[in-house]
Design a protein around this ligand. Structure first.
Ligand code: SAH
Length: 251
């Protein structure tokens, strides 16, 4: 009997001492992100830093750099390549598509020059990473992806990470998203053979589109298309890039 009481007492002591530990675990914030150091290096060296040859223009927009310091790029790539998520290179996301190189994501986002109240259209959701980087910088992001399965995976990641101001849909982005037009900015993340007229139409006066233009599988030109307050459209070539092609659904 004595031994029994002793065991019960020990169990009780054990239970009581373990209670605060449980409560503590519940109170503490999420554990530190093991990828933060890698992400900081990506931002400081690959996106905001100079390359060894001084050829690349570093991204300087503090808001863009801050967003990229926070958005967990590894959550947007397949689990088996999480370890490569913070290298400055494109990565496969399935269906022959890629998530763009971090530097390009930063550079294109900076070129968009968006204000906090901007409504942005993205063509080519892919992994959802570019949309996630835009999310904290603007009011709303609308993003269209032609491969339905990719739209689903991107949607799941965006929901899981609570990027609630990003709306996505599966479809051919060539036609834009007229229901939500006009847009302050449009970003196309697949290479088009020409600038789609519906997208120019859906750009607000004073708005800006960033789009790679050129033949598939070859070097393309990253273009800035601007519509002035009178509706006149001007375009200029910023730099050579390489993107997967903008494909079309048959009508
Ligand atoms: N912004 C993406 C990059 C994805 S690569 C990211 O951050 O991961 C380009 C994407 O454009 C691919 O997923 C491809 O399927 C998609 N795409 C190609 N043509 C398209 C079209 N006409 N409309 C919408 N998406 C298209």
């Amino acid at each position: 009997m004595k031994r029994f009481t002793c065991i019960v007492a020990l169990l009780l002591v054990g239970l009581l001492t373990s209670l605060p530990a449980v409560a503590d675990a519940e109170n503490t914030a999420a554990p530190p992100d093991p990828y933060q150091a890698q992400r900081d290096r990506m931002v400081d060296r690959d996106v905001g830093g100079r390359d060894a040859w001084g050829v690349r223009t570093p991204v300087e927009d503090k808001r863009v750099l801050e967003a990229m310091r926070i958005v967990p790029r590894h959550e947007f790539v397949p689990e088996n390549i999480h370890a490569q998520a913070y290298a400055d290179s494109p990565l496969p996301i399935g269906y022959g598509q890629t998530i763009s190189q971090p530097y390009i994501v930063g550079y294109m986002t900076e070129l968009l020059n968006v204000a906090e109240d901007a409504v942005v259209l993205e063509i080519g959701t892919g992994s959802g990473y570019q949309a996630a980087v835009l999310s904290p910088l603007v009011k709303e992001v609308y993003s269209i992806e032609i491969i339905a399965e990719l739209e689903k995976t991107a949607r799941a990641a965006l929901d899981r990470l609570a990027y609630d101001n990003v709306k996505t849909k599966a479809g051919d982005g060539y036609h834009g998203w007229p229901e939500h037009a006009p847009f302050d900015a449009i970003i196309v993340t697949a290479a088009a053979s020409h600038i789609p007229p519906p997208l120019v139409e859906q750009l607000k006066p004073g708005g800006r589109m960033v789009i790679p233009v050129g033949p598939p599988g070859q070097v393309q030109h990253l273009m800035i298309v601007e519509k002035d307050e009178d509706g006149a459209v001007r375009q200029r070539n910023v730099m050579p890039v390489r993107f997967v092609p903008l494909t079309r659904t048959r009508e």
